[in-house]
Design a protein around this ligand. Structure first.
Ligand SMILES: [Fe+2]
Length: 333
């Protein structure tokens, strides 16, 4: 990959707004890594012990099936670290927007809820700083066209649509389809996604991140970028909602999860997703060509891309449309 700066220490981040590292990495579809975030390492350790236990409890005890991840090799949670249910949906809303207004269920594992909420509050603070940089770059770039732009910082401050998700990829058996990703290339739906350093285990014993394991990105130059984080790092990437809201200045980032062909290898990860509020209109500040992502042609199937967006969609409509796209591509529904 050509040399793209994508790591910045938290203490450096407010010296320039927008910071060139944030702009350079995210406009090139490389995740930005904020280093030296205090107070996340010890709770991360706690989660590293808890997440593998998800496979041992019944599904009803750790949340619902989203319909997005019917994958026998994967156990995953989906909770809102801010409130138990967003807004006050009417019965009609619940029927029309099931993916948006689902009730979340915390897994019955001691210490999990406290650790997730604590890390979320710290990550949200950093997400607000990163979003300030994104806002400023979009406003500088759009100049006169910026009056219709909706601030990401404001959205993150006011939205209660955050989700925290733990993923446990069960122990791998050596197979012939070694090069197939454990989770295929896709874009996230939300504005911004954040992740911590992954955990890897061989037969239950923690090991270093194997070569090529974890999140891999298809960058703007069509090269592969494998994310490697330290304990105090947070990685951020852009989802489809912010692609539209930033008029493509910050493009959605295609990414996949790989687990190398190592017998008994498993992976635990913790991610946080910042979404717009349900009633936010997903409207770009200027006209954009939503299909103009040539670098991802043949990498991300069209139906799980921006093609689901239509002008004047609220986040509810957009979110449901994307989920239908996912079901069509992955499960033929
Ligand atoms: Fe993702």
């Amino acid at each position: 990959m050509k040399n793209i700066a994508n790591k910045v220490h938290i203490s450096e981040l407010l010296k320039y707004v927008p910071h060139p590292v944030v702009v350079e990495s995210l406009t090139n579809k490389v995740p930005v890594v904020v280093q030296g975030v205090e107070g996340i390492a010890s709770q991360r350790e706690t989660l590293g012990k808890i997440i593998p236990k998800l496979q041992l409890i019944e599904q009803e005890e750790y949340g619902y099936h989203t319909g997005l991840l019917k994958n026998d090799n994967l156990v995953h949670t989906h909770v809102n670290p801010i409130i138990d249910q967003v807004a006050a949906p009417t019965p009609a809303d619940l029927t029309q927007y099931p993916e948006t207004y689902r009730k979340h269920c915390w897994p019955k594992l001691p210490g999990y809820r406290e650790a997730v909420k604590d890390i979320h509050s710290k990550i949200e603070r950093i997400a607000l700083i990163v979003s300030k940089h994104l806002d400023q770059h979009v406003i500088n770039t759009l100049k006169d066209g910026s009056h219709q732009y909706q601030s990401l910082e404001q959205m993150i401050k006011t939205s209660q649509m955050s989700t925290a998700r733990s993923f446990y990829y069960r122990e791998r058996r050596v197979s012939d389809d070694a090069n197939k990703p454990s989770f295929n290339y896709h874009y996230d739906r939300m504005n911004l996604s954040a992740c911590l350093k992954d955990f890897y285990y061989i037969k239950g014993n923690e090991v270093e991140q194997p070569e090529g394991a974890g999140l891999n990105y298809n960058t703007k130059s069509k090269e592969l970028y494998n994310l490697r984080l330290d304990e105090g790092d947070i990685g951020f990437h852009v989802g489809m909602s912010y692609h539209i809201l930033s008029a493509g200045i910050f493009p959605a980032q295609a990414h996949a999860v790989y687990l190398p062909n190592i017998n008994g290898l498993s992976r635990a990860s913790q991610a946080f997703f910042f979404s717009p509020s349900p009633l936010t209109l997903i409207v770009p500040p200027i006209n954009i060509d939503i299909n103009n992502m040539p670098e991802d042609d043949g990498v991300v199937p069209k139906h799980i891309g921006l093609i689901n967006w239509q002008p004047n969609m609220k986040y509810t409509d957009w979110n449901e449309a994307i989920v239908q796209g996912f079901k069509k591509v992955f499960f033929n529904e």
